[in-house]
Unconditional design. Structure first.
Length: 119
């Protein structure tokens, strides 16, 4: 396994998805800190925070809370995002985050989004 170069916090509501993200990211060589979005984000530093949001209309408060506590870029995921890249860019700009990723996604899409955020 490659040496871990980055630390990524994952705030995901679904236990199974959270475990899958932890596995995929660890296999890609990242250190991973997983938590439920209801839990406070532990002290970092983090190179990236991946946060799942249920409703993009009300996600602004969650994003602001995460941004207030950490300088790491944010990758938002939601089943309510559209998979169209143009929509993703627009939503990322609207929320002031590095990127958004529509669920469901596969390992390749996740790792591509992570690389984009870390790049």
């Amino acid at each position: 396994m490659p040496v871990a170069l980055t630390t990524i916090a994952v705030a995901e509501r679904d236990d199974l998805i959270r475990a899958l993200l932890e596995r995929w990211l660890a296999e890609a060589g990242h250190r991973v800190v997983c938590l439920s979005p209801a839990d406070p984000l532990p002290d970092g530093p983090f190179d990236l925070v991946i946060a799942s949001v249920d409703n993009p209309r009300t996600a602004t408060a969650e994003v602001r809370t995460l941004q207030a506590g950490h300088a790491a870029p944010l990758l938002l995921t939601s089943a309510r995002f559209f998979p169209d890249p143009a929509d993703a860019t627009s939503l990322a700009q609207r929320f002031g985050v590095r990127a958004v990723l529509a669920k469901p996604y596969d390992r390749a899409a996740l790792l591509a989004a992570v690389a984009e955020c870390l790049g």
